[in-house]
Design a protein. Structure first.
Length: 768
């Protein structure tokens, strides 16, 4: 553009010379201007004016209209502007343990305008492809961009890769590729606990931008403010000395403190993994919530994935299926689908038919409206007429006359169909909405499924007697797990429906609190009196009803199970088995939700989901230091603590351990060690092995098969083999209570006296 301006100026000078010269000649030849001379002069003047206007226009265009653009171009040619990546904020669990953090890394770039030889091109391409395993075609395109002064090759590399590149540059120093390659500071996101809470936390992409979970939801909060290094460049695009450099430091993003408790999350994940293995379910997912605040203490979907390798399919079976696909496009699409599937937090994105768990809310609504009382009776004959067809109870033999304290543990369909019909569609819908099933919960996680009237649930205009009746026992509509646990927790919270949340605090770089989440009551759904009745009803469900396999000795567990058929074009005889409840029933602290999607074994809520919930309750209640309250029967079977026998003489040791079987190993006179250790839980009458010599060989034995046995049989078998058992699960419920799981596998060689946890549940097929 500047060249055109110079050309115009030169042309005007030439024109002036010609005009003056011509005019001078004419003047000498003709003292008086002729008409032709006047015409020629006028034409020349007009040409001059036009040329002057063009020049002025060009100057205006260059300096005013395009001035800023040309200024920036000049600056780009004269200045090097390097971005300093800012660290994302750290994510902590509720105990300030690091779950996600950013660490120093490196970014590699090149200046293609400095590439002068084919040898340099080849060395650059070969080096980047080999060291960083990059696509050769992509690297080649960047190296060949001669007009460019900056091309990013790769970011977020660790120190090992950086050193490998530096050695490569050193090995090829004669080629001078070191003047073409640049290495700048960068950051990389690390997840120290790997798969821990993966579907909640989510991960970041290559540009350090959140792709899923909290990393996505709180991306703006976690993202810091990038810094810059501005350096003057010489004529060869090289950096000038540091005197010409200005640095603007990067600012770290804010950090998050979660409500997730690492220990509770571990217990939840551990039990869900076992549930998938035991039941061969397609998925298992669960939530643990603080009843009084709505804070999420644990949340998981299994199978999960490693946050440090999010683009790797975690399931080996899925990988094998993908490998068998011959068509490349289909195989790539299958892999993409598998990745999106493993990233999903199914506790908030997926909907399911709740089944019999929903009877809790029909019962609560009927009590609140006065349609029934605790004394109201109903006679179940095994079937009920709805419109023009018979709706069966799962117990075709009939439950007979029962109150809500019997109908709920029995999970009687006809009882709750009748209660639903008495409520009527308007009142039924009022409570359906009040318990939160027509709205999202508002949890601070992305992609929460939104209920849709007429699609996921019936609105009043589209609800007939058949729809009302089926909905009254939890069929023909869908909810999300997070909706369900939030609604169930309200029954344990005096009728208050809370808004669930995962982030408790936002901190700045110095640890100062920027914001803090306060528990939020969305509304009072039912009265505290009705909620208290429901707590008692739900406890009976876990004592002798369909949820008896969730029972934990010494604790008041309240809950309900459900088994629902999956709906949809691809669903064929598939179901979801679930449990939802809270504990302790007399002072609720934690709520637990468990769902098994398409279980192949133990395929009902009572048989499959309830035992998982029971194991979770047992672990968490002990962790929270909530003391057990044993009944007389439970106390008779309860474990005791092993006495401290260390330092005792061999003559007095047995008298100090009255009621236990004591085995003495060694020829010494004083006990120096024992198994089980002092104060460890063990059964009454169990085995204690004491050692009287420092180098005495530890006594070992092979762990026997302890499953499929009654409590008496399991205890006798363990003691005869030299081991102790700790009882877990329900041994008091109706039906035959048999052991189904042991903490140490059969055939393991272990030290005698060791305490093996043995889990019990009903051998009945529990329909709910």
């Amino acid at each position: 553009m500047m060249e055109s301006q110079d050309k115009i100026s030169c042309a005007l000078v030439v024109l002036f010379k010609k005009l003056i010269f011509q005019k001078g000649c004419d003047y000498k030849m003709n003292r008086k201007p002729t008409k032709a001379m006047k015409t020629r002069s006028l034409r020349a003047f007009l040409i001059f004016c036009v040329a002057l206007l063009v020049m002025i226009g060009n100057l205006f265009w260059i300096q005013i209209i395009k001035g800023e653009e040309f200024r920036l171009k000049a600056e780009r040619n004269q200045l090097s502007d390097t971005v300093i990546a800012a660290n994302r904020g750290t994510i902590y669990d509720s105990n300030m343990k690091v779950i996600a953090q950013s660490a120093s890394a490196w970014l590699v770039y090149i200046n293609p305008s400095k590439v002068e030889t084919d040898e340099q091109k080849k060395l650059l391409i070969d080096g980047f492809v080999k060291i960083f395993e990059l696509d050769e075609e992509t690297v080649t395109k960047k190296v060949n961009r001669k007009e460019s002064g900056y091309e990013k090759i790769i970011g977020q590399i660790d120190n090992k890769k950086k050193e490998e590149l530096q050695q490569y540059i050193k090995d090829n120093k004669d080629s001078k590729i070191g003047s073409i390659i640049g290495i700048d500071p960068d950051t990389k996101r690390y997840y120290p606990l790997g798969t821990f809470a993966s579907t909640i936390i989510g991960f970041t992409g290559s540009e350090d931008i959140g792709r899923s979970g909290l990393e996505l939801k709180y991306n703006d909060t976690l993202t810091g403010e990038s810094g810059r290094i501005i350096t003057a460049k010489n004529a060869r695009n090289g950096k000038m000395p540091n005197d010409y450099e200005t640095i603007y430091d990067a600012q770290q993003g804010y950090s998050l403190v979660l409500t997730i408790d690492e220990v509770i999350q571990y217990y939840l994940e551990q039990q869900l993994v076992q549930a998938v293995s035991e039941t061969q379910a397609k998925y298992a997912y669960g939530i643990v919530m603080d009843v009084k605040t709505g804070a999420i203490l644990g949340m998981s979907t299994m199978p999960d994935y490693d946050l440090n390798s999010p683009y790797k399919v975690s399931s080996n079976s899925v990988l094998e299926q993908i490998k068998e696909i011959e068509d490349e496009k289909e195989r790539q699409q299958a892999e993409t689908n598998a990745l999106y599937s493993q990233w999903r937090n199914r506790t908030i994105t997926d909907t399911y038919e709740p089944g019999s768990v929903f009877k809790l809310f029909v019962g609560a609504a009927a009590l609140e409206e006065g349609i029934m009382t605790v004394d109201t009776t109903y006679n179940c004959s095994g079937t009920i007429r709805v419109a023009n067809y018979n709706q069966n109870c799962f117990n075709h033999k009939a439950h007979g006359t029962q109150t809500v304290f019997e109908a709920m543990p029995n999970s009687c369909n006809t009882f709750f169909i009748t209660m639903g019909q008495k409520l009527g569609k308007e009142t039924f819908s009022k409570y359906f909405q009040a318990f939160g099933f027509t709205e999202t919960t508002g949890i601070d996680l992305p992609s929460e499924a939104k209920p849709v009237a007429g699609k996921t649930y019936y609105d009043v205009p589209n609800m007939g007697i058949a729809e009302l009746s089926s909905a009254s026992f939890g069929q023909t509509f869908q909810v999300t797990p997070i909706q369900m646990i939030t609604a169930v927790a309200s029954l344990g919270n005096g009728g208050k429906l809370m808004r669930p949340y995962v982030v408790s605090k936002v901190l700045d770089e110095e640890g100062n609190i920027i914001s803090e989440t306060e528990p939020f009551v969305k509304r009072q759904v039912i009265s505290e009196k009705t909620a208290d009745i429901m707590k008692d009803v739900m406890e009976q469900v876990c004592v002798w009803g369909t949820a008896k396999n969730a029972y934990v000795a010494g604790y008041h567990i309240a809950g309900k199970t459900g088994t629902s058929e999956k709906i949809g074009a691809n669903a064929k005889d598939e179901n979801v088995a679930s449990f939802a409840g809270f504990a302790p029933a007399n002072n609720p602290q934690i709520a637990v939700f468990i769902a098994l999607d398409e279980p192949q074994y133990y395929a009902t809520g009572g048989s499959g989901a309830a035992p998982v919930a029971g194991r979770i309750f047992e672990n968490i209640l002990a962790y929270l230091n909530i003391d057990p309250e044993y009944t007389d029967e439970e106390f008779a079977q309860a474990t005791v603590t092993a006495p401290n026998l260390i330092g005792e003489s061999t003559d007095t040791v047995k008298s100090k351990a009255t009621g236990f079987t004591v085995k003495i190993v060694g020829d010494g006179e004083t006990v120096i060690s024992q198994m089980p250790a002092s104060s460890q839980s063990m059964p009454k009458g169990g085995v204690i092995v004491v050692y009287t010599e420092e180098n005495a060989e530890k006594q070992t034995a092979t762990v026997p098969e302890l499953t499929g046995l009654t409590l008496t049989e399991a205890n006798r078998t363990a003691i005869n083999a030299g081991f102790n058992i700790k009882v877990a699960g329900n041994t008091q419920g109706s039906g035959k209570m048999l052991s189904y799981k042991q903490s140490v596998p059969t055939g393991t060689v272990a030290e005698t006296g060791y305490v093996i946890t043995v889990y019990f549940r009903s051998d009945e097929v529990i329909s709910d």
